[in-house]
Design a protein. Sequence first.
Length: 285
Amino acid sequence: MTKLRIGIQKSGRLHEDSMKLLKECGIDVSNGVNKLKTEASNFPLEVFFLRDDDIPQYVEDAVADIGIVGENVVYEKNKRITVVEKLGFGKCRLSVAVRKGDDYDGPAFLEGKRIATTYPVLVDRFLKEHGVSADIHEISGSVEIAPGIGLAEAICDLVSSGSTLFMNGLKEVHPILQSQAVLVRNNGLDQDRMDILHKLLFRIQAVKKARNNKYILLNAPNEQLEEIIRLLPGMKSPTVLPLAEAGWSSVHSVLSENEFWDIIEKLKAAGAQGILVVPIEKMIV
Ligand code: ATP
Ligand code: MG
């Protein structure tokens, strides 16, 4: 029977969230500490544990059919593969940083300077877009120490909070790419593998939607029902059930994370009481 082969990071920032996603998709995969590969027991999936940098190449070469990797790596490696789905974790940005005391006034600041980075392709593209010529020093790690040891005047590195930069006397001045983990696939998958991929994608999308939504239950005085229902988007329209206490109803609906607090405040102001918010495990619309 055909199995889909997926490459995920062996260890590092994307490992746990990648494993968690598979688990939430109902796919049982034993953890791969010291293992190179393993098979799911209840889904036609074989899991390879790899260095994240190698995943685009393996997927292009069809050593793996699909993979989970950061967009930063996908665009740096520039392989002939297809991004299928953004996964919503591993969020970070690739940014230019300079010494805290420097007056950065735009990309022209970098003219003639040395920039240390692990992302030479993306930095080169950024410089060209801005008509700046600078000297790119490719190094494989600890980029943030480069200015301190006299290797470069600026760096371009991944940032999430900025605390690593700060500790090294640097400041972030120019984000050049927003990144998150994505699912990528080989460009020449046969029909059997495409079918498995679509099954997996269906589950991933249900998990993603559930993560972005909350189930909400509240009590409303009947005279306020109309206004409260107007505030709730819901998948179709909210469920309204009479409460044992006369003149009151229970209202059930689904709210997305980004509109959540705003709507809760308005619901309270409109007279909603006993508001309960419950996580959703899967959501199929
Ligand atoms: P590997 O051993 O697999 O090569 P690595 O050291 O290259 O691992 P990690 O540091 O584990 O890579 O980061 C993997 C990915 O996590 C990055 O490519 C990026 O997409 C994402 N990421 C999210 N936040 C950050 C961050 N603050 N710093 C670095 N990477 C981040
Ligand atoms: Mg790596």
